[in-house]
Each structure stands twice: as C-alpha cells, then as structure tokens.
Design a protein around this ligand. Sequence first.
Ligand code: TMP
Ligand code: ASP
Length: 242
Amino acid sequence: MNNYYELIYEGKAKKVFSHDDADKVIIEFKDDATAFNALKKAKFEGKGKLNCLISARIFEILVKKNIPTHFLKLKNENTMIAKKIKVIPLEIVLRNTAYGSLCKQTTIKAGTLLAKPLIDIYLKNDDLNDPLITKERIELMNIISPKELDLIIDSTLKINVILKSFFKNIQLQLVDFKLEFGFDSKNNILLGDEISPDNCRLWDLNQKNDTIVSLDKDRFRNDLGGLIEAYSEINRRINDFI
Ligand code: TMP
Ligand code: ASP
C-alpha cells in the first residue's frame, strides 16, 4: 500500500487504511498468523491473498441472501474496499459441532454434533484475553442494547444456515465460526471483519472414515502443517463451485 492512504488501524491479521470517500476503508489482509491471543505467531506467504479472496466470495454470497455486510469490492488480491464501521467489541462464535474451547471448558466430547447451534459471545479485549461474556454483562457495560444484541444473534443464525449449506456443497463441514459486527455512519448494524479459514473451522467431508481433517487455522494452532495447502484447497473448491 502506498503512503497516500493513512493507516487507521493494524490488527493481528489485517491493516485498515483510509479511503478518499470518508464512509469507506481499504482493508489489507496480512500473511501473519497468530493463535492463543498472539502467544503463537508465524507468517505464511500467500495467506493474506487467500483469506481476502475467500472472504470476498463469501461476503458476495451473503449479500445475495440479503445479509448486510461491510464488503463493497475487491481492490486487488489481498485488499478489499469496505464500508467504514465502528466495530462492536464482541466476538460472536457460533458452534455446530463441539471442538476447540468448548471441549476444553466443558465435558462435551470433541466432534459431538450439537442438537442446535450454540452461540458463545466473547468480549473483544486482548488485555483481558477475550473472556466469554453474558448478555447481562453486555447490558451492564452498555456495549449495545439488548435489542441490538438480539439482531446480531438472529443475523448470526441466518448466516449459519447459508454458510452451512454452501460449505456442504463443496464437501466441507462448518464446525464453528466467529463473526464481528459494527455500526455504519447511519447506525445500521453490518457484518464486518472477514470470513475465512482463519475464523471458521472447516473439516473435509471427502474422508472415507471419521478422521478429522482440518482445512483451517487449526493446522497452525495444532501444528499440523500444510496451512497454505488447506486454504488453497478451500479457495479452489469455492471457485470451482461458483
Ligand atoms: P474456539 O473454539 O477457540 O473458541 O474458537 C471458535 C471459533 O472461533 C473457531 O472457528 C475459531 C474462531 N476464533 C477466532 O476467529 N478468533 C479467536 O480469537 C478465537 C479464540 C476463535
Ligand atoms: N485470533 C486469536 C489470536 O490472535 C486466536 C485464534 O484465532 O485462535 O491469537
């Protein structure tokens, strides 16, 4: 990115730059990967580009299904133009299958299919290590109103229906995912951030037995190797299908 654009914010996996239009931003996807609140760090050449392309395709699918998102268009392979939003400091996790922190914090066995989607909400605060938070605490902290929270939860459930079916078509099990929302200049709530193998667990359904083959950031979190190969495979399946 040239010096013309001002860096507004740098996160663990993305940089956000100003745009000529004050209602828009330019989001650059980085090759950096972090896990466990950045205790573990690495760089994977090509990850930024893959996550940007995958996210763009998924946002397009959601927009077609009337889900309001911040995505406007791709600028190039690792950069997109999006509506500027004020990010709500909540991480909305939806789980279809038990895995990850749900299994570390409960006695539910890994791989258990949940009878209905479970929504876990975390406070987006690195200093506090993104703690699990309750509806009541969200209200107490005045982060958003209970009505706005209901809207976000409802939207997350709708997004799950769309994404679960889309990924099934390309032989992937959508185990869980994390979403972030924000307010645009007119105070509408939009889906923000990214939807990629960095924040979705995707298991390959092209397996003869019940072995779990993760095609997502668990390849890095759990030292499985082959992260770029896995993300490329997801990108290939999406492009072959669309
Ligand atoms: P968890 O099992 O570690 O709570 O993760 C649930 C889902 O949320 C998984 O798809 C990974 C995603 N996630 C993020 O995108 N960012 C995070 O900081 C964490 C902890 C999880
Ligand atoms: N995004 C988180 C981190 O930076 C963790 C994760 O995705 O597992 O550390």
